[in-house]
Design a protein around this ligand. Structure first.
Ligand SMILES: Nc1ncnc2c1ncn2[C@@H]1O[C@H](COP(=O)(O)OP(=O)(O)OP(=O)(O)O)[C@@H](O)[C@H]1O
Ligand SMILES: [Mg+2]
Length: 406
């Protein structure tokens, strides 16, 4: 008999689930518990074992602002559906008054404005993310602590029964949907916990023993105080996102700069490469991150200080196809500088110079910065490019300067 017994491995995941996990882990820094929760739901859905008559999963994401709660949902949508916006998103702050619920589900026939209302949650909007292989949808309720009573009632029904009745009585089935709810309740208390040497801007910080648990307890207690037990009981999992530490913020910066590089390479003409020196990165981190807002302003800081100037350089033909641009920090003016290190050498093209690739590879390791000026001039034709029309970047620098003068 025994020879027929085969020991099984219930922790083994399918190849596509592992791919999903790897891809999500590459886009989201830290927040392992959130990644894990989503991956588990995905595996259950793929196996067809999600319970009928319920959403595929109800996940509550808690934690401070700028820690990746919304990004997690967008990143998963990007991986699974090919578009980060393939999420039906309800900003609960927009539905604080009970009558505004009509924007969500449409008003009943006969009501004023019935024809003009386009409900946000419909079967069509949910199935927009469906692909041939994957009939899954994401519904995100952001900032649920701001929801009106009417929205709460609606939410309780959805979380439990996975159906929603629209104003005109059409039914929406949410049994193929993962419902995400986010809130930064307890955020202020968490920031207080992190202060005093444990924040994220200090170098070489290490989370103090037990801090992670304290952060989790603080967030969950804040949620239990605010939300009713019947709501909390309908959740499959509550995930607490942790404030990002300094080295994690650096990783987020690398991911974001990678996205910008991708955008540059996707331009119709003038695909070039850029690199940002350590000092340049430090400047961007200072501009775009802080203890209170996490990585919330990082994108904006990158747009202002990197993307706008690069756009100017491209539009004024100061950089062109195959160039390597080095972005550094100018301490005296507290702004970024842009220099062309390699010319027409990085992207294989019929016009590329034979020696160019070696020169740019060398330039990439950062040593070229220290080379004698005339050698650099001669060998690599380094030229300081002028992102002249960069009003946002310069006014930003000026503002900073003003601040430090005061
Ligand atoms: N853990 C993370 N991994 C990768 N990127 C992150 C992470 N956290 C934040 N970011 C970056 O910061 C931006 C803001 O994060 P996000 O919108 O997810 O914050 P949030 O936690 O939803 O905050 P809020 O509570 O204010 O809505 C993201 O678009 C992303 O660029
Ligand atoms: Mg958010």
């Amino acid at each position: 008999m025994d020879e027929y017994v085969l020991s099984l491995d219930p922790s083994k995941r399918s190849a596509d689930t592992i791919d999903f996990q790897t891809a999500l882990g590459a886009k989201i820094v830290g927040q392992k518990e959130g990644v894990q929760a989503l991956v588990e739901l995905y595996q259950v859905f793929r196996a067809g074992l999600n319970s009928p008559g319920r959403p595929v999963g109800n996940l509550l994401f808690l934690g401070p602002t700028g820690s990746g709660k919304t990004r997690m949902v967008e990143a998963a949508a990007e991986i699974l559906f090919g578009d980060p916006r393939a999420v039906v998103k309800v900003d609960c702050a927009e539905f604080q008054h009970s009558h505004e619920i009509a924007k969500l589900i449409g008003s009943p026939p006969g009501y004023l404005g019935h024809r003009e209302t386009h409900p946000l949650i419909t079967q069509e909007s949910l199935s927009a993310s469906h692909t041939d292989k994957l009939k899954l949808s994401f519904l995100l309720f952001d900032e649920i602590e701001k929801a009106s009573d009417a929205l709460w009632q609606l939410l309780l029904g959805i979380l439990d029964k996975a159906t929603l009745t629209l104003g005109d009585n059409r039914k929406v089935d949410l049994s193929q949907t993962i419902i995400f709810l986010t809130s930064n309740l307890g955020s202020g208390e968490i920031t207080d916990l992190m202060e005093g040497g444990m924040g994220f801007i200090q170098p070489k910080d290490k989370p103090a023993a037990g801090l992670d648990e304290k952060v989790e307890r603080t967030a969950v207690e804040a949620a239990r105080r605010k939300f009713s037990p019947e709501f909390m009981n309908r959740l499959d999992k509550v995930v607490v996102f942790h404030p990002l530490r300094r080295e994690q913020l650096q990783e987020v910066l690398d991911i974001e700069l990678g996205q910008v590089q991708k955008r540059v390479l996707d331009t119709a003409n003038g695909q070039f490469l850029f690199r940002v020196t350590a000092a340049g990165r430090e400047f961007l981190l200072q501009e775009g991150t802080d203890q209170r807002y996490g990585a919330r302003h990082l994108k904006r800081a990158i747009e202002r200080n990197v993307v706008y100037p690069l756009a100017n350089l491209l539009a004024t033909d100061q950089v062109s196809l195959g160039d390597l641009v080095c972005i550094d920090w100018d301490r005296s003016h507290n702004r970024l500088t842009f220099a062309r290190e390699g010319e027409g050498a990085l992207i294989a093209s019929p016009t590329a110079q034979p020696g160019g690739i070696a020169a740019s590879a060398e330039a990439k390791d950062g040593k070229s910065i220290d080379a004698p000026a005339e050698v650099v001039q001669e060998e690599r034709k380094t030229r300081v490019a002028q992102p002249t029309a960069a009003p946002a970047a310069t006014s930003q620098a000026r503002k900073k300067q003003d601040r430090s003068n005061n």
